[in-house]
Design a protein around this ligand. Structure first.
Ligand code: C2E
Ligand code: CA
Ligand code: CA
Length: 469
């Protein structure tokens, strides 16, 4: 307001300006809401959570209180999105948000970090048992079936839990350790909760170390292929050989794939590794052939992660670069992997097979092939899983194992597929395979996987090496 004066200096009148700020305040509050709320679920978002956690940590530090932080990740959420659509995925996330909120008190914080990741902050968590009860309730609620776009959908969650001040003194450490514990819950088969333990942290550190080394290993050419012969049951002649990767670790010596393949798959490193493996296998074939060592074929193991259209080109390129016959190469894929993505796998394998490369199904009997799918798969060979072959010798299991191996051989013959029994270790196992007329076997009884030079010697003079095997 301001006074307007007349000529004598007296106040003639007062001018007054008014502005309605309702809209401005509303907008500010709306912006504040947007900045702190997850729009899909109405929960606190990451920013708000960080702020509230910082406050809670400061308060708990003053009062010597204990807080619990829970990292909740839905299991296989992607499958819901992929099969039922994103709208259904969104509904599921909203339902989960409600479920989680109903498990905690008003003073606690439930936040969505993004995707299918939630975090819960329990203010004043007196002990692990109370938190475990909350986690149990959450798991029970989250595993209930959801009605999504007319389908019953199921989900479950993996929960990692850590405490302030025991497992971390600040927000960053708490978030990280809850995440590590959640990862552990995933590894332990999902649908469970785990408390953070320092030993987990060390495992993660080792894992990170292994990942760094694995990346370097590819550049430093520390990988090498070993070869295990596939042998004719009837004649004992080497029919072909399977290539199996080894890592010449600079400090830990020769490592078997069990120590690093899973990590390579999880990190995607298996893709460049797989390119190297294919090329190395083709180069080996070439070098054997160049010296008259005519090993009929070499098998290369392919991981599900590699199974994409680009594999078709990788195979074509590897064959062209080393100028070998496609028929000298065979790819091997496990039954479980094939069954996970049947239609896609069929298309890709057909393209590869059209080039003249053969395909084998590895670890047959451990997955869930239906006979109708089996008939449609573009494969040439079934490989009987090692566990069935081993059980032939086990008195308690022998009858069942013999029946299964017999059935697989019969199915293979019916579908005009070759059949290879792997993991043959004893004369009794070999004798049984002979009775079944199983054509080919592979196993320690003939030879362990050996390097390329040793395989060459085996091939040239099989009898001599048989004695020492
Ligand atoms: P797999 O493809 O089922 O390979 C057979 C495994 O059985 C090999 O283990 C082999 O050494 C072992 N084995 C062979 N004969 C016998 C036997 O008589 N008794 C017993 N107990 N074992 C036998 P390895 O070399 O440790 O390979 C393990 C797995 O790692 C392979 O299983 C395969 O899944 C994977 N792998 C190996 N090399 C590669 C590769 O180049 N690429 C990919 N993607 N995976 C690979
Ligand atoms: Ca294999
Ligand atoms: Ca196998």
């Amino acid at each position: 307001m301001s006074a307007v004066r007349d000529a004598q200096g007296g106040v003639a009148f007062v001018s007054c300006i008014m502005r309605d700020v309702t809209e401005k305040l509303r907008a500010e509050r709306h912006i504040e809401h947007l900045a702190t709320t997850d729009t899909l679920t109405g929960l606190a978002n990451r920013n708000a959570l960080l702020q509230k956690m910082a406050d809670a940590v400061a308060r708990a530090a003053r009062t010597r209180g204990q807080l619990a932080v829970m990292f909740i990740d839905l299991d296989k959420f992607k499958a819901v999105n992929d099969t039922l659509g994103h709208a259904a995925g969104d509904t599921l996330l909203r339902e989960c948000a409600q479920g989680l909120t109903s498990c905690v008190r008003e003073v606690d914080v439930v936040a969505r970090l993004g995707g299918d990741e939630f975090m819960v902050l329990l203010n004043d968590a007196p002990n692990a048992a109370t938190v475990a009860t909350v986690a149990d309730r959450m798991l029970k609620l989250l595993t209930a079936p959801y009605r999504l776009s007319g389908h019953d959908a199921f989900t479950s969650a993996s929960i990692g839990i850590c405490f302030f001040p025991g497992d971390g003194k600040d927000v960053i450490a708490l978030m990280k350790n809850a995440d590590i514990a959640m990862y552990d819950a995933k590894e332990l088969g999902r649908n469970n909760y785990q408390f953070f333990a320092e030993e987990m942290n060390q495992r993660m550190v080792r894992r990170a170390q292994l990942e760094r080394e694995l990346r370097a290993a590819l550049e430093n050419q520390e990988f090498v292929l070993h070869f295990q012969p596939q042998v004719s049951v009837a004649s004992g002649a080497i029919q072909g050989t399977e290539s199996l990767i080894r890592w010449r670790h600079p400090r830990r010596g020769l490592l078997a794939p069990g120590e690093f393949i899973t990590l390579a798959e999880e990190t995607g490193l298996i893709v460049p590794m797989g390119v190297w493996i294919l090329n190395e296998a083709c180069r080996t074939i070439k070098s054997w052939r160049a010296r008259g060592v005519q090993v009929p074929y070499v098998v290369v193991n392919v991981s599900a992660v590699q199974l994409s259209e680009s594999l078709v080109d990788t195979v074509r390129q590897a064959i062209a670069d080393s100028s070998i016959e496609p028929g000298w190469l065979m790819l091997e894929i496990t039954e479980t992997m094939l069954m996970q993505r049947v239609e896609e796998a069929i298309a890709i394998l057909q393209h590869i097979r059209k080039q003249g490369v053969r395909i084998a199904m590895d670890d047959f009997g451990t997955g869930y092939s239906s006979l109708s799918v089996l008939q449609r798969l573009p494969i040439d060979t079934l490989k009987i899983d090692r566990s069935f072959v081993a059980a032939i010798d086990n008195p308690a299991d022998s009858a069942r194992a013999c029946a299964i191996v017999g059935a697989i051989v019969a199915i293979a013959k019916e579908l005009h597929l070759d059949v290879v029994a792997e993991g043959v270790e004893t004369a009794a196992q070999l004798a049984y395979l002979r009775r079944l007329n199983c054509e080919t076997y592979q196993g320690y009884i003939y030879s362990k996987p050996v390097d390329a030079a040793a395989l060459e010697r085996l091939f040239e003079a099989p009898e001599a090496t048989l004695d020492t095997a």
